[in-house]
Design a protein around this ligand. Sequence first.
Ligand code: AMP
Ligand code: ZN
Length: 472
Amino acid sequence: MGMRVYNTLTRQMETLEPLEPGHVRLYTCGPTVYDYAHIGNFRAYVFEDLLRRTIRLAGYRVTQVMNFTDVDDKTLRGAQAQGVSLDEYTRPFKQAFFEDCEALTIERAEHYPAATDHIPEMIALIERLLERGVAYRSDDGSVYFNIARFPSYGRLQRLNAAEMRAGARVAQDEYEKESAADFALWKAWDAADGAVAWESPWGRGRPGWHIECSAMSMKYLGESFDVHTGGVDNIFPHHENEIAQSEAATGKPFARYWLHCAHLGVEGRKMSKSLGNFHTLRDLLERGYSGREVRYVLSSAHYRQALNFTFAALDAARAALARLDTFVARLRERAGGAAAAPQSDWAAALRERMRAALFEDLGVADALAALFDLVHEGNRRMDRDELAPPAAAGVLALLDEADSVFGFLHGDSERPDERTLALIAERQAARAARQWADADRLRDEIAARGWRVKDTPNGPQAERLAQRADQP
Ligand code: AMP
Ligand code: ZN
């Protein structure tokens, strides 16, 4: 089945047609590992995960590359401030990124190249640009891309002539479109870089941020590939510059479809450290929410719509997931060991609605509406004893298919966070010591984190509470 996506490059809905039949090559700009990724970043990664999973549901094989930006202005500043090497500084954030992805059931990409492992590829690309006369060396030993030599510069962002400052230069990795100018491909070493430098034909220095993604995407996906994504803040200058560097070097079209997700705000405001509403996934887990609940919130709004993250939405996610879990448990009991029957008309129609919604630019709102109609209708039929075991097994199979995209349907394997597990162990110890008051206090603390402990012959078992005992 075909799928359509909204292409930022053409500002149109287009049918996704991979260059190689049956195989979609996808590049997703990854984390700059100068800090823990925040939930705004994870909105982008969850969107990319939904995209990857939907492309697969549509019948394609996917090769996804997600890079680590582990050398740029921000990582260097961080390492300098802490007086540690770049590698020592970035390594824990890479590790944390994988842990967070796991908590959010984000599937692993096929490749995770790190910029610092691809400096020779970047140097080779810059050499090609110099040979073609679209780049030039500056007096200090840096190399700049000459935007005046690339006629379609500004096409992605739709810059107008007045916004192109011909002849001007910008050395920073990040800048506004008002400063569109020749940008750095290679930055000559300066004192702020500390011990970080690589040898190049132009002297010691380090790559600019944009050339990193051009070099790594083309290495793993070829000079022309299918889909390139990121958040809207990546459109300019990052993706604009990637297109310019890649196409100027190869003379071929770079990525064909550009998809960008809108930003995540928090409680109606921009997420920022100074407002105190800057959340990492870790912060939310620490408050007793689960990765599954966070994933639900991040994936339940359309990716091109601004998403307002609230604690009320997390609580609503908990209730919605509890409803799904109850439905699954009920279906399982009804199905027993029966083999799945072909979908009855009502279930087949809902399945089609769900698939059609996803294949139209990831219409998650419609797809979720169909999913909850399935819950409603399935419950209604079970209430009236109108769902035979094979039909119940069929609905379970349909839920598996839905989960192959949503990734939050199966809560069985859900484990409490480490802090909650520690509290459960403490409560066990208190009970064993007959310290009932302590045991009760711990039970309440556990409940406040969203869990109930059931004492079974096999020891304590944690169960998700449908409602949090406290409200933040
Ligand atoms: P960075 O680590 O800053 O390079 O960002 C990693 C990814 O997160 C990029 O795709 C950004 O566009 C995206 N991103 C950053 N902030 C937000 C936000 N508040 N909402 C959604 N996506 C974001
Ligand atoms: Zn990138």
